[in-house]
Design a protein around this ligand. Structure first.
Ligand SMILES: C[S@@+](CC[C@H](N)C(=O)[O-])C[C@H]1O[C@@H](n2cnc3c(N)ncnc32)[C@H](O)[C@@H]1O
Length: 303
């Protein structure tokens, strides 16, 4: 009787690796240097087996074929790092809320412009955009505390009192994280960085999980956007793109920052991750730094 063990793993040749790396870079901007080649090989092998390809070259051929579109998205989903948390890097969020957002509400109100648009680009499972939504709603409530309306608002008071409109766009390249964000329920361990006051006001306890309340959910809109493409959401007052650019090489980072410049309204702000910086990538933004939080404001060049 013959015994059937697991089939030996196909060998990934140097030229196959180069082909696949170039394809991934072209599709989503992710760059895998020597430190991350092992991770890349592991994920490629997993997908090769799932798709029942005989060799890495055959898998590459599948990816570039019209029938391989779905497999390509699945591969990209397997390659993204989706680590995130609520209230990630608090010092930067304080700068966002106490300085950038407050100024924005004041300036917009003076111009009688009552809509604010914030984009969380590379939002993963939603903790970042929901954090921004909670902070924006609180900021607006605080703004009204100091600048009361001449008439009382109906009870229960809306999260975003008229005439204001707060829109938070949450985008990612990974459909699976977008679905999780859209669902908006989180485990106790995922809620570790959400304090009681936020839990009480913005979440319902459903079984052993926390569900984002409807009113907060309505401020956040999840959508697919690949940051590698040219057509990205325009007219944002603030863009958060944290812990995404670090997976791109310098050329791709420069292109992305240039696109963000165009996606921002005049004087708009860009927030990047704690370990990321715009230094050496552009001269079109002015750095603002306060209590260990950093933001970059769009500089306006005279035509
Ligand atoms: C490490 S998570 C960061 C999540 C969140 N911004 C934070 O800082 O907590 C990086 C996210 O960027 C997304 N991403 C990577 N490449 C992308 C691309 N080309 N377009 C859009 N999203 C991308 C990944 O799918 C992943 O969810």
């Amino acid at each position: 009787m013959s015994s059937f063990g697991a089939a030996p793993a196909p060998i990934l040749t140097e030229s196959e690796l180069k082909l696949l790396q170039a394809l991934i870079y072209q599709e989503c901007g992710m760059h895998f240097d020597e430190r991350r080649t092992h991770f890349l090989q592991d994920r490629l092998l997993r997908r090769l087996r799932e798709s029942r390809s005989d060799s890495f070259y055959a898998y590459y051929r599948l990816l570039i074929s019209p029938e391989g579109k779905e497999e390509l998205s699945r591969l990209l989903e397997n390659l993204t790092v989706n680590e995130t948390s609520f209230f990630r890097h608090k010092a930067q969020l304080d700068l966002f809320q106490r300085s950038v957002l407050e100024d924005l509400f004041r300036q917009k109100s003076a111009r009688r412009e009552y809509s604010v648009r914030i984009w969380s680009a590379g939002c993963s499972t939603g903790q970042e955009p929901y954090t921004l939504a909670m902070m924006a709603a609180d900021s607006l409530a605080y703004y009204y505390l100091r600048n009361p309306l001449p008439v009382d608002l109906p009870l229960p008071k809306p999260l975003v009192p008229p005439p204001w409109r707060v829109e938070i766009l949450a985008s990612d390249i990974n459909y699976s994280v977008l679905r999780t964000g859209q669902e908006g329920t989180y485990s106790e361990s995922q809620m570790a960085t959400v304090d009681y006051s936020y839990r009480l006001r913005y979440f319902d306890k459903v079984g052993d999980r926390y569900a984002v309340k409807k009113a907060l959910k309505e401020l956040v809109h999840f959508d697919f956007h690949n940051l590698k493409t040219e057509y990205l959401p325009q007219r944002n007052d603030i863009i958060f793109c944290r812990n995404v650019m670090m997976y791109f090489d310098e050329a791709e980072q420069k292109r992305l920052v240039e696109k963000f410049y165009r996606c921002l309204n005049p004087h708009g702000h860009l927030f990047v991750g704690h370990a990321e910086s715009l230094l050496g990538l552009t001269k079109k933004f002015q750095m603002q730094h306060k209590d260990s939080g950093t933001a970059y404001q769009r500089l306006e060049v005279r035509e």
